[in-house]
Design a protein around this ligand. Structure first.
Ligand code: 9YT
Length: 132
C-alpha cells in the first residue's frame, strides 16, 4: 500500500509549477500501478490550450469555476465542482479557469514526474522522474 499526503508532497519535487497552473503529482510511473494521479490548480483568469497526444486524461473538478472548450467543435462546457471530463480521443482542448480551479487528474500512461507542456500542449512519453 502507498500512503501520501498532499501538503507533504507539495514541499517536494512532486510539485511542478508552470505558467498557468501548478500540479502536485501524488502517484507516478515509478509507483508501478499503470496510471498517475495529480492535484492540479489552474490559476484564475487563465486559458490553457492542451492536446495530450501520448496520454489519456480524466479531470475531476474539486473547486472553482471554468469552461472546457473542445478544439474540434468549439463547443464549451461549464466546469464546476463535481464535473468530470475525460480526454478519450487525445482531444485538442482549452481549459478556461474563471476562478482558481482545483482539479484531480489521472493520466494513462502515467507521468514520470516533471513533465510540462511542449509547444503543442502535450507531454512527452518519457521525462525526468521525481527524486525517490
Ligand atoms: C487539467 C490539466 O491537464 N492541467 C494541466 C496540468 C496537468 N493536469 C498535470 O500535469 O497535472
Amino acid at each position: 500500500m502507498i500512503v501520501r499526503n498532499l501538503a507533504d508532497a507539495r514541499k517536494t519535487s512532486r510539485r511542478v509549477v508552470s505558467k498557468t497552473w501548478e500540479s502536485t503529482r501524488l502517484l507516478l510511473k515509478n509507483d508501478g500501478v499503470g496510471f498517475s494521479f495529480h492535484i492540479t490548480t489552474m490559476y484564475a483568469g487563465t486559458s490553457t490550450p492542451m492536446c495530450y497526444r501520448n496520454h489519456f486524461e480524466s479531470v475531476y473538478c474539486i473547486s472553482g469555476r471554468g469552461e472546457i472548450e473542445d478544439g474540434a467543435t468549439g463547443e464549451r462546457h461549464s466546469i464546476a465542482p463535481g464535473t468530470i471530463y475525460i480526454l478519450d480521443k487525445h482531444d485538442e482542448h482549452v481549459l478556461h479557469a474563471h476562478t482558481e480551479l482545483v482539479v484531480a487528474c489521472v493520466f494513462n500512461p502515467p507521468l514520470n514526474g516533471r513533465e510540462v507542456h511542449d509547444d503543442s500542449g502535450a507531454y512527452p512519453l518519457e521525462a525526468e522522474a521525481v527524486e525517490a
